[in-house]
Design a protein around this ligand. Sequence first.
Ligand code: ARG
Length: 572
Amino acid sequence: MDLEKLLADRLAQAFSVVAGGPVDPVVRRSQHADYQSDAALSLARRLGRPPREIATEVLGQAELADLCSAVEVSGPGFINLTVADPALGALLSRMAVDTRLGVAVSAAAETVVIDYSAPNVAKEMHVGHLRSTVIGDAAVRLLEWLGHRVIKANHLGDWGTPFGMLIEHLLDLGESEAAHELSVGDLDSFYKAARVKFDTDDAFKERARRRVVALQSGDELTLRLWRLLVAESEEYFLTVYDQLGVLLTEEDFHGESYYNDMLAPVTDELDRLGLLRDSGDAACVFPEGFTGRDGQPLPIIVRKRDGGYGYGATDLAAIRHRTRDLGATRLLYVVGLPQRQHFEMVYAVARQAGWLTPPAKAEHIGFGSILGSDGKMLRSRAGGSIKLVGLLDEAVTRAAELARQKNPDLPEATVADVARAVGIGAIKYADLSTDRIKDYVFDWQRMLALDGNTAPYLQYAHARIRSIFRRAGIEQFTATPISIVHPAEHALALELAAFGTVVTGVEQNLEFHRLAGYLHTLAATFSGFYEHCPVLRAEGEVRDSRLALCDLTARVLHQGLYLLGIAAPDRM
Ligand code: ARG
């Protein structure tokens, strides 16, 4: 069903005859034709023959008559392909009756662990956690849709030295007061107050230190207070997830504490493998190939002298658990770029230890920062970290105003739904539509604009198509055969046919901006089609075929937005 793959397969056969061995024909969409292959150019160097001659010979060999209406060699040796309208029509007619929109489930389904969101207990979620949550959620949706077994791992920061001071602060406040502060989501002031005492009050510091020891040795009272802190924070994080409309649930909390019992065995195993070194203060592993600025090997601290384990040790236990116990062959870590080296080191140790052997592989799905309009890290007006709940509320409020302006007849109950879809969708889309490796500027005007590469633009495009069916009095559209005649139909059909290619590309690289960009082009191409090709005013088979194109476009937009975690209301 994948048009690009179909064309590539045919060209690959022809190329292999000409080259006397397999060649990747590198077929891509192009400005100059529907599709283009530039493989003759690199092959020419290899064979020492003129590229145009090779391209011409390939076209002589290739069986493309049923798929293409025109094939030609252009420029230095490009092969230009124009897809035939009847072939496009047949392809889209099949796509229209397929609930999966022509996108097959993966033939090589994997168990994938996605490590994402991962805020820290008794600390406000910051915008970095927002990015991780939004990108991770899209990854879950897309990989699940393609048939993979996806395990969501919310690697909560719920263990370690900060809990000494947090628990002591909780005791100072009294349990009920502390619980109140935490339940209203005032996590930052709780954390900061504890921190200030820790930094300025030596007696408090000593209490905190002893409390960590008590926690690590399993003291009942300490554990109970720790659980209270964790439970209140989890409750709060769940309200944020709910507001965001992401798939994370209570079951997905697998915080650092989850790996506690595995830390000692992991350390022993590292020791047995001869990978553990005593560096005075701690037992460490030094993965090959990592050195600091001073040229000295860089360590992952496994166990500190006081017996406590580090962040790195937990990640080593987690990776071993994920491949060994969960049987995962693909591990994704959706964490900001500053932690890239940490993960590279964890993977290196895991490989040395035999916990990450092919086909299992680990990938850091890194991302840049969200910046304010001043180009600096996004902060609240007071300079502190932004409260996520406030940000999300503001998005919904702004979107409600927009919805009322755009359509004053919309019933208030619908306004609320639309506002949530648009407001939250705008925030997610602003994130997912930029190359995740880059920083981006948080800009209400831009993300809520009704034109441009935004969620509202796509959502309105979708709702507008649905309104065509309402106007026609069609409640449930049953797909009819599609025939492509007009150039604007041809252009739209080409876009629709590319959906699967785009989705399977993102399955590999998790570059969601490519899916976003695709949906934006699709919506824009649809506008062109709708401008040039009357739908409801057309008659008979032409009308049916165009309605089928409309329906298919709406379904692709809906599914594409779903994969990005964005709702697409039928009416706006
Ligand atoms: N809690 C960490 C933070 O806020 C992120 C954890 C990422 N996941 C991991 N397996 N280390 O920075």
